[in-house]
Design a protein around this ligand. Structure first.
Ligand SMILES: Nc1ncnc2c1ncn2[C@@H]1O[C@H](COP(=O)(O)OP(=O)(O)O)[C@@H](O)[C@H]1O
Ligand SMILES: [Mg+2]
Length: 317
């Protein structure tokens, strides 16, 4: 796990419903348990005014999630990365006076322009993350050595990945070009950034995850790990399984066959990932829990794997 914790940013992606948010929270907890300082982040969707509750904040007990970093517990803080906040920070940096940025953002036309162009929204989100990662403490160390970002959807990860090219095509020079280059250097540096792709042990999600890893890789974003989430527990030894098969054969269809079928599909999916996924794979079990309790159990599971974690489930040859 140290290979993960040593990076500056982990981008958690995957299809909705696969357990991205739970895994992001569990990774944050596991990193904190391993003695790391973590900034757990999510992306603000919609406008500042219409923000709903945050499942991620609830999973770690973060109160009043906002675009300002708030401490949650020792070594864990939370932030909701906001396009507007990022744009404000950016304008503050390029305009000679701080107040000018606020004045500029109060201009309806500029606001409408910034909100309308998706690339500029992504850019704002990315810029706020960049800004937070640049902050240093009085001893010179990073204020937020490790940021774990729960991305809202696979499309978002791709938009973020494609962003530098999109923006550089439109605005190759000037302060935006410079900020984009800095963001791009960070996003594409395997020592500092890594995408973590979460998936379920089923054929379709695995296919989609392999496609996503190719698409993200094409944009130059390094893949740090895959997480095969909700792997069903196998209650049988090989002998036990053979005995069950024999019984099933003798007595015809049985309800248990569904569970056995699921187990076989999960094993097949796992084997396919191990063979084709371009990074180490972590497997997390299906657990009889939800909410913060689930996060705690998953974090313990991640912690118990130690630094040789991935080898037990297979690293791509
Ligand atoms: N390993 C697991 N075992 C059991 N339930 C899980 C596990 N991982 C996620 N879940 C459940 O799956 C549902 C979706 O999880 P969530 O983290 O919100 O996914 P996503 O962010 O990808 O939409 C939640 O109800 C969560 O409790
Ligand atoms: Mg989610």
């Amino acid at each position: 796990m140290d290979g993960l914790w040593d990076r500056r940013a982990l981008l958690i992606s995957g299809k909705g419903g696969v357990g991205k948010t739970s895994v992001a929270a569990a990774l944050a907890r596991a990193a904190v348990n391993a003695g790391r300082r973590v900034l757990l982040a999510e992306v603000e969707l919609g406008t500042e005014a219409e923000q709903g509750p945050s499942p991620l904040a609830e999973l770690v007990g973060a109160r009043a999630p906002s675009a300002q970093v708030t401490p949650v517990s020792a070594n864990l803080s939370f932030v909701r990365l906001s396009a507007i906040e990022g744009q404000r920070l950016f304008l503050q940096e390029v305009l000679p006076l701080r107040v000018m940025a606020d004045a500029a953002l109060r201009t309806r036309a500029l606001r409408r322009f910034l909100e309308a162009a998706p690339a500029l929204r992504e850019m704002g989100v990315l810029y706020q993350m960049l800004h937070l990662l640049r902050l240093t403490r009085s001893d010179g160390g990073a204020q937020h050595p490790l940021c774990i970002l729960d991305l809202p959807a696979t499309g978002h990860a791709l938009a973020l990945a494609a962003l530098p090219d999109t923006l550089l095509t439109v605005m190759p020079a000037g302060p935006i070009g410079r900020a984009v280059r800095e963001g791009m250097a960070l996003l594409r540096d395997p020592a500092r950034t890594g995408a973590v792709l979460v998936t379920l042990p089923e054929p379709l999600p695995v296919s989609e995850t392999l496609e996503l890893s190719t698409a993200i890789g094409r944009h130059g974003i390094p893949i740090a790990a895959g997480v095969l989430n909700r792997m069903p527990e196998d209650p049988f030894s090989p002998d036990g399984r053979a005995a069950v098969e024999q019984l099933l054969g003798a007595h015809g269809p049985h309800r248990g066959q569904r569970a056995l079928g699921r187990l076989d599909r999960a094993r097949g999916a796992q084997a396919r990932l191990v063979a084709n996924f371009p990074a180490p794979l972590l497997t997390l079990p299906e657990l009889p829990a939800s909410g913060p309790r689930l996060v705690e159990l998953l974090a313990t599971h991640l912690g118990s794997r130690g630094s040789a974690a991935s080898s037990s489930t297979g690293v791509q040859p």
